[in-house]
Design a binder for this molecule. Structure first.
Ligand SMILES: Cc1cc2nc3c(=O)[nH]c(=O)nc-3n(C[C@H](O)[C@H](O)[C@H](O)COP(=O)(O)OP(=O)(O)OC[C@H]3O[C@@H](n4cnc5c(N)ncnc54)[C@H](O)[C@@H]3O)c2cc1C
Ligand SMILES: NC(=O)c1ccc[n+]([C@@H]2O[C@H](COP(=O)([O-])OP(=O)(O)OC[C@H]3O[C@@H](n4cnc5c(N)ncnc54)[C@H](O)[C@@H]3O)[C@@H](O)[C@H]2O)c1
Length: 442
């Protein structure tokens, strides 16, 4: 049995960053990754990077197969760079193996040749991510025309017609991307509208623009059955018994924590009722030497929140836990549609429900000078502020460059900078951020 100071299970964002940090402190560390095509984790290989690259190429008119080829080249290089960023460390060893706990301090790994080995460590960090969920559906769910986000982006032939089940982040980003590549896209949304938790004007605007770009929505129905018709056709039967036939079906119906076969039940750590690893404010599980970071511990599923989980664990290990989960504020996000939608904080309805003296302002992007230069008049920016304290309570930015602009607003919110500062700031010209002069004129 080989003993380590630390074992990290999974090559996710938090884990690989922690590996580098521990190495600089002289810790002998093992990083165990079950899939050689996943060095660097989900983001690099099957999520953020490939999808945003394909979106970029789709919107810039590149042909689908050429974009998939470019994507494969880029992620291959990033995967190799990520592998070496850990494997070349002085005190770290990367194991190509599936890890399974056998108790709080020992892990059994199964190597590619089927042989088994036990590794032990004082501290163990679980960073195994999440995987796509396909809800219980009747019919030919194993058809080669049924895809998840992971498998669709590897398909080299553009589906002429694509049915997307689910109108969440993945559904709407893929609808934008495949529509721009030239597929005829239908999105099945079980609710009466997309994005129920977003501001109602913003979601109406996004829906209008997506429809105008040619995307077809079917609201208020669930996918219940898939039937492989043979040849290149597949049919989805909806709860209202309507049928949608296309050449490919993407299930964009959520993701679940990757804990299957991890042997958590052999440890003192426990799972929540959603199957995520239960952690405390320092991301420690019920076993005090085992931590969980990233998607596997539940909560918001983003690469940057996983990176921030590393900061929480580092703080607990080396700085008395001064930065903890409840130190994290105003977690923002972007949905990379065209144009993108970015949010931080509350909607005005939420702010009022929570008792704030809230006022809001909205600004159509068609009135902004930079929009005319960009030849992109779509978009709507909204801000919600507290009229008493002058605090920014929320921003909802649907428009060009919102994925960048949102970071400025989050910085202001995190540092209690009043909205009047963003209102009165001198911005250069002509740029998107000068929209804040008007947006915060409340
Ligand atoms: C299509 C898509 C697009 C997305 N786009 C964005 C985006 O634009 N921006 C953003 O911030 N987030 C995005 N996300 C979310 C983001 O990708 C994830 O939140 C993030 O990658 C999670 O990282 P992680 O640290 O939890 O672990 P991961 O990166 O998921 O790594 C977990 C690793 O553990 C390995 N593993 C699992 N079980 C075992 C085991 N038993 N033994 C050994 N290894 C194991 C896995 O193979 C994997 O490599 C997207 C997700 C998807 C699906
Ligand atoms: N830009 C980003 O940062 C980004 C992009 C993509 C994904 N992600 C991450 O990935 C996570 C998962 O995304 P997602 O879109 O898969 O999940 P989601 O939970 O956002 O959306 C899933 C949707 O599928 C619907 N659904 C479920 N069963 C259905 C059925 N039978 N028929 C029709 N619809 C059905 C649900 O009602 C829901 O609206 C996100 O929460 C996010 O954290 C992030």
């Amino acid at each position: 049995m080989t003993h380590f100071d630390a074992i990290i299970i999974g090559f996710g964002k938090a884990g690989k960053t922690l590996a580098g940090d521990l190495d600089s402190r002289g810790w002998k560390t093992a990083l165990i990754e079950k899939d050689k095509t996943m060095y660097g984790g989900t983001c690099i290989n099957i999520a953020c990077i490939p999808t945003k690259l394909l979106m970029h190429d789709a919107l810039n008119g590149r042909e689908y197969r050429a974009a998939v080829e470019r994507k494969n080249g880029v992620i291959g290089r990033l995967r190799d760079k990520n592998y070496h960023s850990v494997a070349d460390l002085k005190h770290a060893t990367v194991y190509d193996a599936k890890a399974e706990f056998i108790n709080d301090k020992e892990i059994e790994i199964e190597l590619a040749d089927g042989s088994k080995e036990v590794l032990s460590a004082d501290k163990i960090f679980v960073n195994t991510g999440a995987e796509s969920i396909i809800p219980p559906i009747d019919g030919d769910i194993n058809s080669d025309k049924v895809y998840t986000s992971t498998t669709l982006i590897d398909e080299e032939i553009l589906p002429e017609r694509l049915t997307i089940v689910g109108g969440g982040y993945i559904g709407l980003e893929f609808a934008t991307m495949y529509n721009a590549f030239g597929s005829e896209v239908s999105v099945i949304v079980p609710d009466e509208e997309i994005l129920q938790s977003e501001d109602s004007n913003i979601r109406a605007e996004i829906t209008k623009d997506m429809k105008e770009s040619g995307i077809n929505f079917i609201f208020g129905e669930r996918a219940e059955k898939v039937t492989d018709e043979g040849g290149s056709k597949i049919t989805v039967t909806l709860s209202g018994e309507r049928e949608v036939t296309s050449n490919a079906v993407l299930f964009a119906t959520g993701r679940k924590a990757n804990t299957e076969g991890l042997g958590i039940e052999t440890t003192t750590a426990v799972l929540t009722n959603k199957g995520e690893i239960k952690v405390n404010n320092h991301l420690q599980t019920d076993a005090e030497n085992i931590y969980a970071m990233g998607d596997v511990k539940g909560g918001m599923q983003f690469t940057y929140t996983s990176l921030d989980d590393y900061r929480i664990v580092k703080s607990h290990l080396f700085d008395h836990g001064s930065y903890a989960y409840n130190s994290r504020t105003n977690v923002h996000y972007t949905m990379f549609t065209d144009p993108p939608y970015s949010r931080a904080g509350l909607t005005s309805e939420e702010a009022k429900e929570q008792g704030y003296k809230a006022a809001e302002n909205s600004m159509p992007m068609s009135g902004h000078p930079r929009s005319h230069i960009n030849n992109e008049l779509r978009g709507l920016f909204k801000a919600v502020v507290d009229t008493e304290t002058k605090a920014i309570l929320g921003v909802h930015l649907y428009g060009v460059n919102s994925e960048e602009l949102i970071n400025t607003v989050k910085l202001a919110m995190d540092n209690d900078i009043p909205y009047t500062v963003l209102r009165d700031q001198m911005y250069n010209h002509p740029v998107m951020s000068e929209a804040f002069n008007n947006l915060f004129d409340i």
